[in-house]
Design a protein around this ligand. Structure first.
Ligand SMILES: C[S@@+](CC[C@H](N)C(=O)[O-])C[C@H]1O[C@@H](n2cnc3c(N)ncnc32)[C@H](O)[C@@H]1O
Length: 480
């Protein structure tokens, strides 16, 4: 006799309760309405009483339904996935198909008007979970740690490229639900441990550490899924500080984070300081920044607290705390740390709010390698190196119609972070000829012949601008 979770998984797949199946059934209008917490279009799209519509109502929308044929009700009730109520069943959890082809089990969503969240609420997989998964390195690894695994979603992304996975969470309930997610996704052998921060893995080493931590910055820790209870952005700072001590040589740590913008302090110094202290290569990217009021509204909405009697009081308390701490905003972003073994680590902190090509993981590996190499090479080493234009870089020339020379030349990345850089004619000419076949110095001399520049002058000036273009991923240093 098959395990009830295996039977449920078969039934979910047969019924079409998959990402594509749900998307197709709901259609764009109902799906977009759901993202605004509006249920009515989705209820209309699932009113036929067929098995797929019934499963969507049960586990996605949280509506009591009559059990569809073949659902092992008693066993699933015993497993904590539903409760039976007369001839109807009610979801005890939120069970969503996920983009890996697996399933994620979390606590039921709260919507405006529902009772307030419990303090140990286990949040479902969402935009932030997907962002981290897209950011994580694609390299196969031996040992990986998912800190703050919650519903277990990161593990679903890591399982194909890690030999051994340890998943931790301070909330024991999270691990119970994560185990259900893994079982329903056919994932076995995850070493799940309860505990705070790195305490459950003290003294161990990993090749990759990932975390979508409780990064929300608030006056007090009300909900474990998003607030650590530590002051300000201390939790993210502590993660950054402590992670390198658990990395194997060559290892990488990738996390999402929030950081404070404090009056009179540059946020780059704050986050750069965390990274520099580690003595490892680091890259932090601020993807967004919100003012205090926007931030408070976002997270009160997230806990469905808008419109409740306490809304104004909570809003005022939070805003008052930001004011007392001289907070002018909160940054959202990514942090990557890499143990390159270098005695001269490189830290890069930047703002990039533009679109990125997904997944970013492969590109992150490239960028970290490039930042380090470009920084550590002497001018002479760089001139002797062979450069290659990165894949997907295009050139744009802007000038007056009919003019012989453009006034602006841009190199633009069509993949990765999609950066653009304004360059001079020399860099543009290099972009046209750099295919990794020849060292930089003879190429620059040939360009000097064409442009009429003094070759010595060009050779002495070019490394500086090229170092930036290499660090930003426009050129790679050929290693082969
Ligand atoms: C934002 S959720 C992330 C869940 C999931 N990993 C994802 O990517 O969606 C953060 C998780 O960190 C856990 N957490 C909170 N405080 C923690 C701590 N001190 N140590 C470890 N985990 C903690 C929460 O219980 C929660 O499951």
């Amino acid at each position: 006799m098959k395990d009830p979770l295996d039977r449920l998984r078969d039934l979910l797949l047969e019924t079409g309760y998959t990402i594509d199946g749900v998307r197709e059934r709901l259609g764009d209008v109902a799906a977009t309405a759901l993202s605004r917490e509006e249920l009515v279009p989705a209820l209309r799209a699932t009113r036929d009483g067929d098995p797929l519509g019934t499963l969507i109502r049960l586990w996605w929308l949280g509506i009591p339904v009559e059990p569809p044929p073949g659902l092992p009700v008693a066993e699933l009730a015993a497993a904590g996935l539903l409760t039976a109520n007369g001839d109807r069943i009610v979801a005890a959890v939120h069970l969503q198909p996920w983009e890996t082809g697996g399933y994620v089990v979390s606590d039921r969503k709260v919507r405006p008007g529902d009772p307030t969240l419990r303090a140990d609420h286990v949040v479902g997989a969402g935009g932030a979970s997907a962002n981290l998964a897209q950011l994580v390195s694609r390299r196969p690894v031996q040992r990986v740690l998912d800190l703050g695994t919650g519903c277990g979603v990161q593990v679903l992304h890591l399982v194909d490229r890690a030999e051994e996975i340890v998943a931790t969470d301070v909330n024991p309930r999270a691990l119970e639900l994560a185990r259900l997610s893994w079982a329903l996704s056919g994932v076995e052998g995850v070493d799940a441990r309860v505990g705070s921060l790195f305490e459950p893995v003290e003294g161990e080493r990993f090749d990759l550490i990932v975390s979508n931590p409780p990064f929300v910055i608030s006056p007090r820790g009300r909900f474990t899924y998003r607030e650590s209870g530590l002051r300000g952005d201390d939790f993210c700072r502590d993660l950054v500080r402590q992670a390198p001590g658990l990395l194997n040589p060559g290892g990488t740590c990738q996390l999402l984070a929030n950081w404070l913008h404090i009056e009179g302090e540059d946020w780059r110094d704050r986050v750069g300081g965390w990274l520099t202290e580690t003595g490892r290569d680091g890259w932090a990217v601020q993807r967004d920044v919100q003012d205090p009021a926007e931030y408070v509204e976002l997270w009160l909405r997230d806990a469905a607290e808008q419109g409740t009697p306490r809304y104004r009081e909570l809003y005022d308390d939070w805003l008052g705390w930001f004011e007392a701490e001289n907070v002018t905003g909160v940054g959202f972003g990514w942090i990557t740390l890499h143990d390159s073994g270098s005695l001269d680590p490189v830290v890069r902190v930047e703002e990039y709010g533009g679109r990125v090509e997904l997944p970013v993981g492969g590109y992150v590996d490239e960028v970290l390698g490039s930042i380090g190499r470009a920084h550590r090479m002497t001018d002479a080493e760089l001139l002797a190196a062979r450069l290659r234009l990165a894949r997907g870089v295009v050139e744009e020339r802007i000038g007056s119609p009919g003019a012989e020379d453009p006034t602006t030349i841009m190199l633009r990345q069509t993949r990765g972070l999609g950066r653009a850089a304004r360059v001079g004619t020399v860099e543009a000419a290099l972009a046209g000829v750099c295919d990794g076949d020849y060292p930089l110095a003879p190429l620059l001399s040939a360009i000097a012949d064409l442009t009429g520049d003094d070759p010595g002058d060009l050779l002495s000036k070019a490394p500086e601008s090229l170092r930036t273009l290499i660090a930003e991923g426009f050129f790679h240093i050929s290693t082969g």
